[in-house]
Structures are given as C-alpha cells and as structure tokens.
Design a protein around this ligand. Structure first.
Ligand code: PLP
Length: 456
C-alpha cells in the first residue's frame, strides 16, 4: 500500500486529490486549474498549508472551531473515551455516560425549558430529525395535518434531502428535485438587498408579517413549524432588523406554531451569548445545534427540545435514530469543549473583543471604496462589495464575481474569508485576540485593495 503523508510534495497531493476526491461545494473548474490548497496543521487561529505558509482563519473552519485549533484537552478527552468505550449506541433502552452527561449539560446551558436532546452527527441530520419530530408531535396531538414547515428563502439548514429542503438556496433546490413536499419558503429579512425605500424597522415588520400571511394562506391548522437561523449565516451573515424577531415571536405564539431556531452557527458563544436566541430574545420550542458544540473536533449535533414537545414525543416510540446518535467519543469531546468555553470565559471574551475592538475595525472597512453595509454581531460579520457607493448597487459582471475575486485575494494574502455572492464574511475562532484581529483586518484590507484594482 502506498503511504500518503504530509511529506509528499504539494503537487503530488493535489494530483491525488484531483484523481480521487469529490469535493463538497467547490467550483470544480477552478479546482482543476489550480489544485486544492492543502492544510496540514493548525494552532489557535492559524492554519499551516503544505507549502509551510501560515494563514489566519477568519472563518473558524466552517464557523465551527470556536475554541481554536490544537487543544490538547480535546485530544486527551477523545483518547480517554476511545480506550474506555469507543462506541455503543443509545437505541433499545441503552445509554452511556458521555451521552447522559452531555445531554444534561446542554439542558443546563440552553435557555427556557429546552431540557431534552436528541443527538445527531451534524446540523443536517439534526434538522432532518426536526422535520420528523414536528410531524410526529402534531400527529400524536391528534393534528397530523399540521405537517407543513415554513422556512425562508436564502436560509441554510444543511445539505441532506430534508435539511436542504428546509433551506432556501435556489442553487441547491435546482439539483435533485428539491424541496421535498410540505416545506414552503417566505422572503428573508435582508434589508440591504431587498428593503427598497423602507426603513430597516418597517422592512423587518413587513418580512415578519410574511409569515402571518403564509400561515393564513395555508391555514394555521396545516402549519406545524417555522424554522429560521437567528442570524442567516451561509446566506451572507444577514442580521435581521430589530423589529423582526419580536414580530415572528408574536405570530408563532398566536397561531400555535412550533418555532425552531437553527443555532448551528449562532450557538456556543458566536453572538456574545451562549445562544443566538438569547441575543435576539427568541423563545424556540426546538433548537438545532452542531458545529461549536464540539468546536468541530468531532462530528456531533442535536435537536434540543422543550418540555412540552419532549413529553408528547415520549408517549410513543419515535422511529428515528442514527447509528452515531450520542456517539461516546463525540459526546466526551463536546463535554470537554463546553468545559473549556465556560472555564475560560470564552462567551464573555466574545463580548469583550467584539465591542468595541472588532466592531471599530470592521465598521471602518465601510470607508473602503469597494465596501458598504458592514454588519457585525458578536464574532460574525459581513460587508457588501459594491461598484458604486451609496446606491446599494450591484456589480454588472454577475452576482458573486466581485466576491470570488476578493476571496481569492484574501486567500493569496493568507487570510481565510468567505464570500456569498458579493458579501464577504468573517466568523473567526472565538478565542481571537485584539492583535490577531489586527492581522485579520490588515490582511483583509490589502485583499480589498487588490480586488478593487482588479475590478476597476
Ligand atoms: N444549519 C445551519 C444554520 C448551518 O449553517 C449549517 C451548516 O453550515 C447546517 C445547519 C448544516 O450543518 P452540517 O453541515 O453539520 O450538516
């Protein structure tokens, strides 16, 4: 057998990657031309590639490495658990200590009466669980027709058939015949792109009331749940106007609709509280969690369910489960990760470092000739790239071209930022320090300067 290690030359690794590895969400023509950038190790907020270059990771991987890279405590927790009990399931009246301890810890941390956890290995699986949970719940309550789930255009809830259907990404729906039946989408609260002449507050109310209109159109007796991210992440870090969430809450309460807050990105400190629901005063019946739950060190996610929903579900067998629901190694690592977040005061650190330090530097990017609409909550931020300032104008070259060019310039300058069409995004590890923020913003500024020249 051929041994493939870090010691092979980059070109050889790239050739093997191209020959055998099918990449998720990747522009394959660009990949074929340049080859993948191969990341070999990481520490703190920094990544190292196969050429020995060091990059600052402005995205915490995929919004997940909350405690930063290279945490020996998490490696030790995994090793201990693998030695003691590497696997057992939680089906058929069995359980194990890591799953019990993690569920109890999440119940402590989660707001309100979100006291019960159904485990999955990812956010996608957890959202698939939510579809089944919602429909099973209403069926058990004698209302099986309350099966429709309302979601939002440009929301992201995962990549499986169910979760991608909940999501409102046209490019995903175009492949594979999505959405599945029983899921409908309303417009998003993206004031900068769609708010027209309205103030953000007027627009926030209008977009929340689209939920009420949809419920009335379908009939409240047919609608089981509304799902949304407190802040749209993959849609472009879109922070809703202040009027949006209170109005959504009024509507779901009025029509007896379950509210699912998808906290896969916003959970575990990202917005300056343990959960985005606390930052935006949302009271969900179900919360989707993943990513920051283990800081990405192990694949784990879950649905955190309120007392009422859990009590109803417990009256019957729930014919649902994954081999790795509550996987002991993933659970042990997640538990240790939560200990680190709490004992190191990482949620408080997010608040301290985000305001005023990052906020001042981030919003100052709005003075750049290519930039407007800088948005930030906690340690997630976005900015719009524009051809002309002050007009909320779009590039003629096609949505995403400016974003793609800017992302490439970021990559060339050893800073990882992501683009969603022509919005640039950051979501760094939560342990980032002010001096690392300086490095991030300084490199991003050079990238913006270069992109500006290229786009002129
Ligand atoms: N929900 C949200 C809000 C997400 O951002 C993501 C992933 O980015 C998911 C769900 C899907 O999670 P996963 O990729 O772990 O399946």
């Amino acid at each position: 057998m051929r041994t493939i290690t870090n010691h092979l030359p980059t070109s050889e690794l790239q050739a093997l990657d191209a020959a055998h590895h099918v990449h998720p969400f990747t522009q394959n023509d660009a990949l074929a031309k340049k080859g993948a950038r191969i990341i070999t190790r990481a520490k703190g907020v920094y990544l190292t590639d196969s050429e020995g270059e060091t990059l600052i990771d402005g995205m915490a991987g995929l919004w997940c490495v909350n405690v930063g890279y290279g945490r020996k405590e998490l490696a030790d927790a995994a090793a201990r658990q693998i030695e003691e009990l590497p696997y057992y399931n939680t089906f058929f009246q069995t359980s194990h200590v890591p799953a019990i301890a993690l569920a109890a810890r999440i119940a402590d941390l989660a707001p309100g009466d979100l006291n019960h956890v159904f485990f999955a290995s990812s956010g996608s699986e957890a959202n698939d669980t939510n579809i089944r949970l919602v429909r099973h719940y209403w069926a058990l309550k004698g209302k099986p027709e309350k099966s429709v789930i309302i979601s939002r255009k440009n929301g992201y809830h995962g990549s499986s058939m169910g979760s991608a259907s909940l999501g409102g990404m046209t490019s995903m729906h175009e492949q594979g015949g999505l959405p599945i039946p029983g899921i409908v989408h309303i417009d998003q609260p993206h004031w900068y792109a769609e708010g027209g002449d309205m103030t953000p507050e007027e627009f926030g109310l209008q977009r929340a009331r689209a939920l009420e209109e949809k419920i009335l159109e379908l009939g409240a007796d047919r609608v089981g749940a509304f799902i949304a991210e407190p802040v749209q992440g993959a849609g472009g870090v879109i922070i809703p106007p202040s009027t949006y969430w209170p109005e959504i809450q009024r509507i779901v309460d009025k029509y007896d609709i379950l509210l699912i807050a998808d906290e896969v990105i916003t959970g575990f400190g990202r917005t300056g509280n343990w959960f985005g629901s606390q930052t935006f005063a949302i009271k969900p019946h179900i919360m989707t969690i993943a990513k920051g739950l283990s800081s990405g060190y192990q694949p784990i996610g879950g649905s955190v369910v309120c007392d009422e929903v859990a009590a109803v579900i417990a009256t019957d067998e729930f014919n649902h489960g994954y081999t790795y629901s509550g996987h002991p190694v993933a659970a042990a690592v997640a538990l240790e990760n939560l200990r680190i977040i709490e004992e190191e005061g990482i949620v408080e650190h997010v608040r301290d470092v985000a305001h005023p330090y990052l906020a001042e530097r981030w919003h100052a990017l709005g003075d750049h000739p290519l930039v407007e609409d800088t948005q930030l909550v906690g340690l997630m931020g976005s900015l719009a790239l524009v051809p002309v300032k002050g007009e909320r104008a779009k590039f003629a070259a096609g949505a995403g071209t400016a974003g793609y060019i800017t992302r490439e310039r970021c990559f060339a300058n050893n800073v990882v930022m992501r683009h969603v069409y022509d919005r640039m995004i950051i979501s760094p590890p939560l342990v980032i320090t002010p001096s690392e923020i300086d490095i991030l913003i300084d490199r991003a500024t050079v990238a913006l300067d270069e992109a500006y020249k290229q786009l002129k």
